[in-house]
Design a protein around this ligand. Structure first.
Ligand SMILES: Cc1cc2nc3c(=O)[nH]c(=O)nc-3n(C[C@H](O)[C@H](O)[C@H](O)COP(=O)(O)O)c2cc1C
Length: 392
């Protein structure tokens, strides 16, 4: 990828990783991703903002071929998809210094073995003049590690946010022109990476609220020349109350739990509730995470396997608990034949969620008449809760 000019003296470089399909050995990437680095050239000094994942280091090195000097490498975040090529850049530009928060310095020393004398740490609000280009550093811890910061380029009104407000989306376009596509990718990114840190995000949104921003330049996905688009989206995901949606992650081996899920779904839909079932054996876990951003209720469905919940359900429940969505109500439905502790096991796994638990429905084998009645009762209870919450 060639450098793309955002404003005179400000360009986007970095790599588009079209074919990458898994991140952190965990997160599906249906649309690939990008690692955005930025060059800011003042009259006196040149700064490189972040680097790229070492898997794409050759792209960055090629882009820097004609850049004679770099004075500063701004490291917004110590995770290797942005910081991993700092050692390479330092090797090429012997005089360069790494600018980061005090915490990021310790992280980068531990993760990348960068010597201490290469760092300049900056406090919240500190500025650095490159010669007509003033970088203002804004500490923004916990998006999504404790050491993160943003940089505001004062003269050009560009906010560099690193992972915050980003999206895993490979594109050859500089700007987020296809807003439907970008909305989806950014929501997925928010759900998987940012949602657990909602409280911190509230503080960050507050902190940047009064900045005069023309452009938001994240480190994954396209740049926003309409900052309102992504800020409105984050405000919705973070602040809006959960919606009239029931998400049902479930597993089934021989169809009993599937029948329960289908019955419950039909009963809820008939009463005006939106239902999103996820058969975990075929689910892209990012789709589930996205659905959790808005759902008022989660119903977990599991067969009993070796006395406990199905391992895929354990995984999804662990994930839902770790992602800390705004969900208000949880219930569990399941099936067993001779004995089960699945219900207790799953109940103990959702301690992060500030939810009211609606009585679970656990049945023997395939659902029968009385089991369908129990599911009708569960549907009625969910509807009542949604009505009381003012979302139905
Ligand atoms: C590998 C395996 C292990 C199972 N372990 C238990 C168990 O420990 N306790 C139990 O009551 N039922 C156990 N069952 C029975 C299932 O939980 C039961 O048949 C249930 O109805 C299956 O739901 P499904 O049809 O949705 O897969 C097991 C079934 C399988 C296939």
């Amino acid at each position: 990828m060639k450098a793309m000019t955002i404003k005179p003296g400000v360009s986007k470089i970095g790599a588009v990783h079209w074919e990458r399909r898994l991140f952190d050995s965990l997160i599906p990437l249906p649309d690939g991703t990008s690692y955005n680095a930025y060059l800011v050239e003042g009259k006196d000094k040149i700064a490189l903002l972040d680097t790229v994942d070492p898997m794409t280091s050759d792209v960055l090195i090629e882009q820097l071929k004609d850049v004679e000097k770099i004075d500063y490498i701004i490291a917004h975040h110590a995770e290797q998809d942005h910081s991993g090529c700092i050692p390479l850049v330092l090797e090429k530009y012997k005089e360069a210094k790494v600018i980061c928060t005090p915490k990021a310095k310790t992280f980068l020393m531990d993760l990348l073995l960068i010597p201490e004398d290469k760092f300049i740490t900056v406090e919240d609000g500190e500025t650095l003049d490159l010669g007509g280009k003033t970088l203002k550093f804004i500490h923004a811890p916990w998006v999504h590690w404790p050491e993160t910061m943003f940089t505001y380029l004062v003269e050009d009104k560009i906010l560099f946010t690193c992972d915050f407000l980003g999206s895993h989306l490979a594109t050859s376009e500089l700007y987020a022109t296809d807003e439907c596509k970008v909305y989806e990718a950014a929501k997925r990114y928010y759900a998987e990476i940012m949602m657990p840190f909602r409280n911190f995000i509230e503080k960050d949104l507050e902190k940047i609220k009064d900045l005069d921003i023309d452009i938001i330049a994240p480190s994954h996905g396209p740049v926003y020349n309409n900052p309102k688009f992504i800020l409105d989206a984050y405000n919705e995901w973070v602040y809006a109350k959960p919606k009239n949606i029931v998400v049902i992650p479930y597993a089934t081996m021989h169809g009993s739990v599937k029948k329960m899920v289908e019955y419950l779904q039909t009963a809820l839909v008939a009463k005006g509730v939106i239902v999103k079932p996820f058969d975990l054996s075929v689910t892209d876990i990012g789709e589930l995470a996205m659905a959790l951003v808005d759902a008022a209720t989660i119903v977990i469905g599991t067969p009993t396997v070796l006395t406990g919940a199905h391992p895929m359900v354990v995984y999804a429940t662990y994930l839902a608990n770790a992602l800390k969505p705004k969900t208000k109500f949880v219930s569990i439905i399941g099936s067993y034949n001779w004995g089960s502790r699945a219900q207790d096991q799953l109940s103990q796994m959702i301690t992060n969620l500030k939810v009211e638990v609606i009585s679970p429905v656990f049945i023997k084998g395939f659902p029968k008449e009385e089991d369908f009645k129990a599911l009708d009762k569960l549907a009625e209870e969910i509807v009542k809760k949604h009505e009381e919450a003012g979302i139905l």
